[in-house]
Design a binder for this molecule. Structure first.
Ligand SMILES: Nc1nc2c(c(=O)[nH]1)N[C@H]1C(S)=C(S)[C@@H](COP(=O)(O)O)O[C@H]1N2
Ligand SMILES: [Mo]
Length: 198
């Protein structure tokens, strides 16, 4: 049954597929709980904590020049999808718009619906991370996190927060939803950082 949907990685692709992962051609939707009814929200994005508090409207947010990104996507439940095409805003470009206290060492991403996930500042402020609002050239579908999600390609996909609506900067690490529930605090797929082992 599984073999119908998930195939073992091709030999030439092995180096892109982390250990214990299987390739899928589809794009499964993985959401804990209900998908928030985004139509009922006026989208806003807030930055706070060890950063000067600032609230962005949709227009403020997307005023940052957009770029295209192709990235592999690895879910800790063992499926990986290669070459996902996104359009969005580079995290490093966005960070130029906010004043962050140098004491900030961690970021907690907040989402409509209440999901959170933690990312160390050095993992967050990397060139290849972005806020995405298009998927394969179409507006990002709600089930995949539309209108806006975070994408952090070098960590397991639970760090790629869907329906993102804010960033809280802190000195001490505050664990997010899955991290409190036993997932690894960092989640690097090539090191198989799946669970915290506590
Ligand atoms: N807000 C929110 N973001 C989330 C999740 C979630 O449940 N809620 N699930 C995470 C997990 S476990 C994965 S694998 C990816 C799945 O993204 P997809 O549904 O677009 O495939 O989103 C991540 N971001
Ligand atoms: Mo996941």
């Amino acid at each position: 049954m599984l073999g119908k949907f998930f195939k073992k990685p091709d030999a030439e692709r092995n180096d892109r597929v982390p250990p214990g992962q299987y390739l899928t051609n589809g794009f499964p939707v993985l959401t804990y709980g209900r998908t928030p009814d985004m139509a009922s929200f006026v989208w806003r994005f807030k930055v706070w904590g060890l950063a000067k508090e600032k609230v962005f409207s949709w227009d403020d947010f997307v005023a940052t020049p957009k770029s295209q990104f192709t990235a592999d996507f690895h879910c800790v439940t063992r499926w990986s999808k290669l070459d996902v095409q996104w359009t969005g805003i580079r995290v490093t470009d966005f960070l130029k718009l906010v004043e962050i206290d140098p004491k900030a060492k961690h970021v907690l991403a907040h989402c409509y619906g209440g999901y959170t996930t933690n990312i160390a500042f050095e993992d967050f402020a990397r060139e290849e991370n972005f806020f995405a609002y298009e998927l394969f050239g179409e507006p990002l579908p709600t089930e995949h996190g539309g209108p806006m999600r975070l994408v952090v390609p070098h960590l397991y996909a639970w760090k790629s927060a869907k329906w993102i609506n804010g960033l809280e900067f802190t000195e001490q690490e505050q664990l997010g939803f899955w991290e409190v529930n036993g997932y690894h605090r960092r989640g690097e797929p090539f090191a198989e950082e799946r669970y915290s082992g506590i």
